[in-house]
Design a protein around this ligand. Structure first.
Ligand SMILES: Nc1nc2c(ncn2[C@@H]2O[C@H](COP(=O)(O)OP(=O)(O)OP(=O)(O)O)[C@@H](O)[C@H]2O)c(=O)[nH]1
Length: 319
């Protein structure tokens, strides 16, 4: 059944109003799509907190991340995936693609994210990967970027002909009403079964992991397109320390790994300014996220060719 939903049909107010009452429901929802279509932005909005890092740079997401949101009687367990890469064959990219394939085989519902009004061969490749039998909702994101919403109607019709989508939802991950509406749309695809997580749990990833992701996000934000996406962040130390002044204090040592000396200079910036800014913004965000005092130390190391080296890719935490 393909049923385009008009862009302006939103359900304002509490998302719980849009989800079914009654017995508990719980299910896994994979968020898939080519790089940069807005998957992480969507996950963060659905969970109501920043769990998956976002940036304008394609390929920001590298891990399967579980975000959890319990609304009314329904628990939504989301798995964000890296943007599926079709162009480059490095060990890093092979690992990223494996994560995507592992995620999509084992879920109750797939949210296939594309940019509204656009569908190219990279989107088609992602669609080909999806297993028959699992309902797919085509999520036409970034609707706000289209000047005239009316223009999208023929494109939606064309999408309906391309695949037997369970539904087609034009929306913007940056619009809170669209996000609320999405809970109601997804809930009916989830099985009636007990919740897998506590009602207030938001993610199954550790604070240590969130720390490395936060630093990586700031790294990409402040270096822009100059820095290749193969740079990564490793948290070498994550330790609680007693503090007479704070109820909780955490000391973190992180290393930014880059491939070349020139990249190292780029990360450090003029008189260390850029690295200082990456550190300051990361620390502030982590203090908010973990609700404690954070001491953060960041080093920059050069390890040339790591993204092409299977063993290194694994040792840096990729599957
Ligand atoms: N205008 C607009 N921009 C959006 C929307 N959703 C996401 N973006 C922007 O699109 C860019 C990419 O978003 P991400 O959430 O990082 O995309 P992603 O699909 O997770 O990217 P990868 O990690 O590369 O796979 C960011 O600059 C977002 O702010 C939207 O609904 N409207």
């Amino acid at each position: 059944m393909t049923e385009p939903i008009p862009a302006d049909t939103t359900t304002p107010g509490d998302p719980a109003a849009a989800t079914p009452a009654g017995p508990q429901r719980c299910g896994l929802i994979a968020i898939v799509g080519k790089p940069n279509v807005g998957k992480s932005t969507l996950l963060n909005a659905l969970v109501g907190q920043k769990i998956s890092i976002t940036s304008r740079k394609a390929q920001t997401t590298r891990h399967r991340i579980t975000g959890i949101r319990t609304v009314g009687a329904t628990q939504f367990v989301f798995a964000d995936t890296p943007g599926f890469q079709t162009r480059h064959g490095t060990a890093l990219n092979r690992s990223l693609n494996k994560t995507v394939l592992g995620t999509v085989g084992d879920v109750d519902l797939v949210l296939f994210v594309v940019e509204a009004g656009k569908f190219n061969s990279a989107d088609a490749k992602v669609l080909e990967l999806l297993k028959p039998g699992i309902p797919i909702i085509l999520l036409a994101n970034k609707l706000d970027e289209l000047n005239r919403r009316g223009d999208v109607a023929p494109w939606l019709g064309e999408m309906g002909g391309r695949h037997d989508f369970a539904e087609i939802v034009p929306m913007s991950a940056k619009n809170s009403k669209d996000i609320e509406r999405l809970f109601g749309i997804c809930a009916k695809y989830l099985p009636e079964q007990p919740w897998m997580y506590a009602e207030d749990e938001l993610t199954d990833r550790s604070e240590k992991f969130l720390a490395s992701e936060t630093v990586r996000e700031k790294l990409f934000r402040f270096t822009g397109d100059e820095l290749p996406y193969t740079s990564t962040v490793i948290v070498e130390k994550f330790e609680e320390e007693p503090s007479p002044k704070h109820k909780r204090m955490v000391r973190i040592a992180a290393t930014i790994v880059v491939e070349r000396d020139s990249h190292k200079a780029m990360v450090i910036g003029d008189k260390g300014e850029r690295l200082k800014r990456i550190g300051m913004e990361s620390r502030q965000e982590l203090e908010k996220l973990m609700d404690c005092k954070v001491f953060l130390e960041i080093w920059v190391k050069v390890r040339s060719g790591w993204a092409d080296d299977e063993a290194r890719v694994r040792s840096f935490g990729y599957e």
